[in-house]
Design a protein around this ligand. Structure first.
Ligand code: SAH
Length: 360
């Protein structure tokens, strides 16, 4: 006989959680009590206003999906904190907490590893291990808030993984995050970054979830983009930009395009002119913003970041074509801030110290 599967309580909407509690023979007002503790990252055993018997029953029958801090690095220059979070099965993901004038922004992961294969990215080096559950995405926010003693006001889905390759769980996460009985975080304050899975962008356009969409473009032609982003062979730039236009028409949300400047690969003035023309042809009059990203050098990759002068020339050429671009402020430059770097560093250290633990 197999043991009954435990309930992933934190992935449930309030009405689903109340139904579960009713099934357990509990009054529905317990839902509010339990979730006000969960939002603070407290374990079932710590829920002091619940009877001991219920705390024990919850521990026995419900999963615990809020991650624990496995490692933390804090930047000396700007206070950016990078967390390596350990999940219930021992797998690890990263989150980065950044302080801005407007509040705290948390960059979260959506998968353990990634299968998209972008050539400059550390997250994809070991492939994808699994998708994260909605509770594990919420859990990163809850755990970071509890550890740092702050309230996160913005979330960016730019950590490990491709959010649109974990579509159902990500949509549930976004709805849960927005729910007033959970985090009450408006979708407008959440940026979802994608490498460009066209059918899922079209699905997202119909969800009535006005998230901020960021699209990782990184090149102006199909030839150049396919060379650094394998996803482009399935969903070329023309189809991608048509999907972006559709998303804008349905949501009214401006889309930003991410472009990591790689020296000698995509950072010349000709590349900038080609980017402006590709965007105009593909997007017409849609408002466009380009986010230029400095490369975070990844040990296993051969790419080199563009110089500051090359970045300035690139911005100037885009500006002449009427496209605004900003060079993203580089937070946490002294820590392992690039996606997947901390996880890999701890992985290789863990391999040296304890070969029995393959995931962290
Ligand atoms: N899978 C999502 C989220 C990835 S991380 C996506 O592809 O958009 C967020 C951004 O960082 C993406 O634009 C990604 O291409 C970029 N990125 C990945 N590795 C990088 C590196 N080493 N240096 C700079 N940017 C990087």
């Amino acid at each position: 006989m197999t043991a009954q599967a435990k309930t992933d309580l934190l992935s449930l909407f309030p009405e689903e959680a109340r139904a579960k509690l009713t099934e357990m023979g509990e009054p529905t007002y317990r839902e509010q009590q339990i979730f006000s503790w969960l939002m603070k990252g407290k374990t079932y055993a710590e829920m002091k206003n619940l009877p001991l018997s219920l705390r024990e029953k919850l521990t026995e029958t419900c999963e615990w999906r809020i991650p624990t801090v496995q490692a933390k690095q804090v930047s000396q220059t700007d206070n950016t904190a990078k967390y390596l979070f350990r999940l219930a099965d021992g797998a690890c993901v990263e989150s980065v907490l950044m302080q801005y004038e407007y509040g705290y922004s948390l960059c979260i992961s959506s998968q353990v590893g990634c299968r998209m294969g972008c050539r400059f990215c550390a997250s994809t080096l070991g492939g994808k291990e699994r998708d994260l559950l909605p509770s594990e995405m919420l859990g990163q926010i809850i755990a970071a808030q509890a550890e740092a003693g702050v309230k996160v006001s913005h979330v960016v889905m730019m950590g490990i993984g491709e959010p649109l390759d974990n579509y159902e769980h990500v949509i549930r996460f976004l709805r849960l995050a927005a729910h007033p009985a959970r985090l009450g975080l408006s979708p407008r304050r959440i940026s979802l970054s994608t490498c460009g899975i066209v059918p899922r962008i079209l699905d997202l356009a119909e969800e009535e979830l006005p998230v901020t969409l960021s699209v990782s473009l990184h090149a102006a032609s199909d030839e150049a983009r396919s060379a650094i982003m394998p996803v482009n062979r399935t969903y070329p730039i023309g189809e991608l930009l048509a999907a972006c236009r559709r998303f804008f028409e349905r949501t009214g949300r401006r889309i930003s395009f991410e472009y990591t400047l790689l020296s000698g690969v995509n950072d010349s003035e000709q590349d900038a002119a080609a980017l402006a023309s590709t965007l105009r042809v593909g997007l017409g009059n849609m408002p466009v913003h380009v986010n230029l990203i400095r490369l975070n050098q990844v040990r296993e990759r051969q790419y080199v970041g563009a110089s500051t002068a090359a970045a300035a020339r690139f911005i100037a050429v885009l500006g002449k074509s009427g496209i605004t671009a900003t060079l993203r402020r580089r937070l946490g430059a002294d820590i392992d801030a690039a996606c997947g770097q901390l996880r890999r560093r701890v992985a290789s250290a863990a391999e040296d110290a304890a070969p029995a633990d393959p995931s962290c």
